[in-house]
Design a protein around this ligand. Structure first.
Ligand code: OFO
Length: 176
């Protein structure tokens, strides 16, 4: 049986992960319209991942006799200044999620909820990777700069990030 405090905190996380999925989907659509095909593929992939993160907590709550709340669909921003802004926002959002996961871990200690603490270890690791990935993408975008063919090269790099994410997912599935 999970405490009401922990249940509420996990439901808050469900909403945050769900919003990340919507947010990245909106960014993917913007990228698609602006001709950033690789970036759009990458962001659609991330959007799916965030939905999975949301569902993982959803199912966990049911397993521990909690009540998982389906979050409202909040309209994310639809327009962005440029591709730099898109990935700065991704990075900011991932940092926000990391902070929220750390807060959940702190609640686990406070409540002596070692089941949930154990469950959250996966998220701690995942956030380290996702924050690092977002930072690497931003570094690449900044390195390429704003020259004539920069959009082309940025999108090429994003295609590589997408392919690496796909490969990582496939390797995880084989190992499972
Ligand atoms: Fe990238 O946020 Fe989920 O955990």
């Amino acid at each position: 049986m999970i405490s009401k405090t922990m249940e509420a905190a996990l439901n808050h996380q469900i909403a945050l992960e769900g919003y990340a999925s919507q947010y990245y989907m909106a960014m993917a659509s913007w990228c698609d319209r602006e001709g950033f095909e690789g970036a759009a593929q990458f962001l659609h992939f991330q959007s799916e991942e965030e939905r999975e993160h949301m569902l993982k907590i959803f199912h966990y709550l049911s397993e521990v006799d909690g009540f998982a709340i389906t979050p409202a669909i909040e309209q994310p921003p639809l327009e962005f200044k440029n591709i730099q802004e898109v990935f700065s926002l991704v990075f900011e959002h991932e940092k926000k999620v990391t902070k929220s996961i750390n807060d959940l871990v702190a609640i686990c200690y406070k409540e002596h909820d070692y089941n949930t603490l154990n469950f959250l270890q996966w998220y701690v690791e995942e956030q380290r990777e996702e924050e690092n990935q977002a930072r690497s993408i931003l570094d690449k975008i900044n390195l390429i700069g704003e020259g004539g063919q920069s959009k082309y090269y940025i999108d090429k790099e994003l295609t590589k990030f997408y392919q690496a994410a796909l490969a990582k997912e496939a390797a995880g599935e084989e190992g499972a």
